[in-house]
Design a protein around this ligand. Sequence first.
Ligand SMILES: NC(=O)c1ccc[n+]([C@@H]2O[C@H](COP(=O)([O-])OP(=O)(O)OC[C@H]3O[C@@H](n4cnc5c(N)ncnc54)[C@H](OP(=O)(O)O)[C@@H]3O)[C@@H](O)[C@H]2O)c1
Length: 277
Amino acid sequence: MLGDATVTRFGYGAMQLAGPGVMGPPTDRDGALAVLREAVDAGITHIDTSAAYGPDVTNELIREALHPYPDRVYIATKVGARRDAQGGWPTARRPEDLREQVHQNLRSLGVETLDLVNLRMGDAAGPQPGSLAAALETLADLQQDGLIRYLGVSNVTADQVAEARSIVAIVCVQNMYNLAHRHDDDLIDRLADDDIAYVPYFPLGGFTPLQSETLTRVATRVGAAPLPVALAWLLRRAPNILLIPGTSSAVHLRENIAGAGLSLSDEDVADLDGIAR
Ligand SMILES: NC(=O)c1ccc[n+]([C@@H]2O[C@H](COP(=O)([O-])OP(=O)(O)OC[C@H]3O[C@@H](n4cnc5c(N)ncnc54)[C@H](OP(=O)(O)O)[C@@H]3O)[C@@H](O)[C@H]2O)c1
């Protein structure tokens, strides 16, 4: 669940549909549109994007492929950074920056209300301590104005999650987490107790997809490719985990969807748990 919206646990992350370095148009535009349409045709109802991707490239691809959006589809976006000419991601979290980014997302997605906006904190090195109050209060005001349905936080510490929840209702936390990067284990369990979704970004390792002998061995045992097994492990890890793996390949999309249906034995899970130790 995202708030009171039901979404498929297996979603789709659109970031890497943009060009190299998440800048500019995709190398295969028709292929990118086809992957988006196939994802929704396959039943996926949760798509993750941001106006910072491209910038505007993935939002415009989503709009071209899917608008008018089916009612069941929820598009999550995020604000808190801009792009510079060198492809960097400078922080942009002043109230005026956030208002501009919300309107930029509304325009490029072609909607009057954004389904879900994640406030992205921290930097490229990960979450950083500090108050998120001023930024989140700005987004809460925009939510009151009817421009945002649900709010979430991203790239945050556990203290920032607690602070966010003291300000406004938060439906999800989107942090980096995968088989090999398990810093948020405790946070995930606490959020599960409170029915708040945890949406791991880089579920497959991101720009450097996961590689592990153990993962390959378990995948061989269950008769699947390695990366879909990493997704099956995430789905099994906690009931509040929602997946947004990215791919620009229809073949990988199908493989990953099939992976979501894999059932892992206790032995498989124990072996995979060992990867992060
Ligand atoms: N909140 C944040 O700060 C933040 C940061 C980063 C990302 N995100 C979100 O998280 C989403 C997921 O992250 P991501 O796409 O960067 O990383 P990811 O899902 O961990 O991995 C994507 C990479 O894995 C490859 N891949 C996917 N399926 C595969 C398969 N079956 N076999 C082999 N390779 C496969 C993809 O290549 P192919 O294209 O060749 O399949 C791509 O290179 C993004 O789309 C974005 O929406 C959020």
